[in-house]
Design a protein around this ligand. Structure first.
Ligand code: TMP
Length: 205
């Protein structure tokens, strides 16, 4: 059995990644692939309970990081690894890069602590491809305001927080340019989709 591919979507809140998730699933399904779409924090019944806590309750940054990785451990065990092993492709709306960007960049948690958790929880498993949807923080903020949903605990953070999160994402993309592809999210949907098709093509080779 050929192992499936693991694709993750990342970006600051309001960068538009969720808009592209459904399209990506349809695109890959039309190519005859079995696709599992999931998200973090969440993706399992326990993970969704942890998500509800994480998005609502204030807590120490290390508690936040530990709960993110606790939800991830469950997600890997129950959803991601079984799917990949049976040849399905997995698309996750966020994964560990979000912990490095939000808890590391945004909240200033020591990168080595996050690397320890990463090595413990996921061993060597990294996504085959990470699509980083990148927009200036002002635009992301305006999009969230336009959507008009009640902001969660992260979305209520100041712009300076999102500037740090964005910078941390971009730094990671520079360090791992083969895995993390920056997608300029300020362009039209059609332009973004054309680029996504080109990027996905490379996964077949
Ligand atoms: P979402 O709104 O994209 O579903 O993500 C929920 C929030 O959780 C988002 O503001 C980013 C945050 N988050 C972290 O801070 N660290 C993580 O490891 C993950 C997966 C998400």
């Amino acid at each position: 059995m050929v192992r499936g591919k693991f694709i993750t979507l990342e970006g600051i809140d309001g960068a538009g990644k969720s808009t592209h998730l459904g399209w990506l699933v349809d695109y890959l399904s039309q190519r005859g692939l079995r696709v599992v779409a999931t998200r973090e924090p969440g993706g399992t019944p326990l993970g969704e309970k942890l998500r509800a806590l994480l998005l609502a309750e204030s807590m120490h940054v290390e508690t936040e990081a530990l709960l993110m990785f606790a939800a991830r451990r469950e997600h890997l065990d129950k959803i991601i690894l079984p799917a990949l092993e049976q040849g399905d492709w997995v698309i996750s709306d966020r994964y560990s890069d979000a912990s490095f960007a939000y808890q590391g960049g945004g909240r200033g948690l020591d990168r080595e602590k996050l690397e320890t958790l990463e090595a413990w929880v996921q061993g060597g498993l990294k996504p085959d491809l990470t699509l980083l949807f990148d927009v200036p923080t002002e635009l992301a903020h305006a999009r969230l305001a336009l959507a008009g949903n009640e902001p969660d605990r992260f979305e209520r953070e100041q712009q300076a927080f999102f500037d740090r999160v964005r910078r941390a994402y971009l730094d990671r993309a520079l360090r791992e340019p083969r895995r993390i592809i920056r997608i300029d999210g300020t362009r039209s949907l059609a332009e973004i989709r054309a680029e996504l098709e080109r990027v996905l093509e490379a996964l077949w080779r």
